[in-house]
Design a protein around this ligand. Structure first.
Ligand SMILES: [Zn+2]
Length: 197
């Protein structure tokens, strides 16, 4: 498979076989990509932020860390990371969130929540199982009082993260729709599924 492009504020879903590599690039810099996955054939075997934070002893994931399912199985391993800062604390941006920020219940806005739900549903996924996404290149700062703040992504043009699948998975991936998370402008994301290592 050649390198694919996600247009701004869009998403996709695809199968990733055990042993295959998924590379995600930020082609222009300062752009977040939300990732969520479940076990192929087992829609309740879903990615778990809480398990992953617990079992890796960190909230800041990078090369050498593993992303776990709620059942405690390794789903993905981060095998390369040229950026070094990602988020695993917050859920995908949602229409509800945009309406709260705008203080207007009638606005419409694309969202990672919607893009993940729609694309994963094509693989039999129940959207009520969509939890905290692994937010590639998202920069959430945590101060010593516990307050969290979304800051400008640290990713530069061409930065990439490579994941290795430890099980057969269905992966959802977005080019994040939130202008505020992406330093004012939503940009594309690129990805490629590589051969088994
Ligand atoms: Zn988003």
């Amino acid at each position: 498979m050649s390198r694919q492009r996600l247009n701004p504020q869009t998403g996709t879903a695809f199968r990733l076989r055990q042993g295959e590599l998924l590379t995600v690039w930020d082609p222009e810099g300062e752009q977040v990509a939300d990732l969520f996955c479940f076990e192929d054939g087992n829609p309740s075997g879903v990615l778990s932020s809480g398990r992953s934070i617990d079992y890796n002893d960190t909230i800041f994931f990078s090369k050498g860390h593993f992303l776990y399912s709620f059942a405690g199985d390794v789903m993905l391993e981060i095998v390369e990371d040229s950026c070094g800062r990602h988020d695993f604390l917050v859920t995908p941006c949602s229409l509800q969130m945009f309406r709260m920020l705008a203080k207007d219940d009638r606005i419409e806005h694309p969202s990672c929540q919607h893009n993940l739900e729609v694309n994963l549903a094509e693989f039999g996924f129940d959207p009520t199982h969509l939890g905290t996404s692994f937010n590639i290149f998202m920069n959430v700062e945590v101060d010593n009082t516990g307050r969290v703040r979304v800051s400008v992504p640290r990713s530069k043009a061409g930065d990439r993260v490579v994941f290795k699948a430890h099980r057969d998975l269905v992966v959802g991936l977005t080019a994040c729709s939130d202008e505020g998370t992406n330093n004012g402008r939503c940009k594309p994301i690129e990805y490629e599924i590589g051969p088994k290592a």
